[in-house]
Write a protein that binds this ligand. Structure first.
Ligand code: CA
Length: 223
């Protein structure tokens, strides 16, 4: 396997993948294509794509949001797990990277499930709110620019239904949040996001050491 993890011991990781991964050939190909482009390490590892598939299946999700598409690994994984009438509104600002995504969505036969919105994520989410789509989404995956994480989260919270799930990527941010000397914008944003989410009693949360840290926030039904 070409991927590595800083959260799972190096010796154990190949075994972890060998006995748990069921990566379809097209996802594997996309991962390999992405590994060869600049910033290719931004894509989610295969076990995380598989976990997102389990989450959407578990929650019976049909309407999904994704903020941060990159080359489309996570959206392809989610789309493959969705029922035939499932949809994803996918937000990104890069035509270049999402062109790769589109090709793979086409080849996988799921392009019709994915509505790509090329605009700043906050704008797209605000538009959905302006259209009155509060509480109509089942699942949201946030994996874009860290400085806007709280902005994305607050909007995703309004857009998902009670009992809907928000998954937020990179919440352990390569271990940087614990280094208080690191005051870079992204690290500060992740640190602040985690602190704020910890205090947000409208959701049940669980932070998982998968990928680069994945935090799940379940909107409680009473909200
Ligand atoms: Ca990520």
């Amino acid at each position: 396997m070409s991927t590595t993890s800083y959260l799972i011991p190096e010796k154990l990781y190949p075994y972890f993948q060998a006995v748990s991964l069921r990566e379809p050939p097209l996802l594997k190909e996309l991962r390999e294509v992405t590994a060869n482009i600049p910033r290719g390490q931004m894509q989610v590892p295969p076990e995380q794509g598989q976990f997102l598939q389990l989450l959407v299946t578990l929650t019976g999700a049909k309407k999904c949001l994704e903020v941060g598409v990159f080359t489309g690994y996570s959206s392809l994984a989610v789309a493959l797990a969705l029922p035939a009438d499932g949809t994803i509104i996918a937000c990104d600002v890069s035509a270049e990277w999402t062109n790769i995504a589109r090709q793979f969505w086409q080849r996988a036969g799921v392009a019709g499930k994915i509505d790509l919105r090329l605009a700043p994520g906050v704008e797209t989410l605000d538009r959905l709110l302006a259209e009155g789509r509060h509480g109509t989404f089942d699942f949201a995956f946030i994996d874009a620019d860290k400085a806007n994480y709280w902005n994305y989260y607050e909007r995703a919270y309004e857009l998902v239904r009670g009992g809907g799930l928000i998954a937020v990527d990179n919440t352990l941010w390569y271990g940087k949040p614990v280094d208080l000397a690191d005051q870079s914008e992204d690290t500060v944003a992740i640190r602040d996001f985690n602190r704020q989410l910890h205090r947000d009693e409208r959701v049940l949360i669980s932070m998982l050491p998968i990928g680069d840290g994945l935090t799940l926030a379940l909107k409680t039904r009473e909200a």
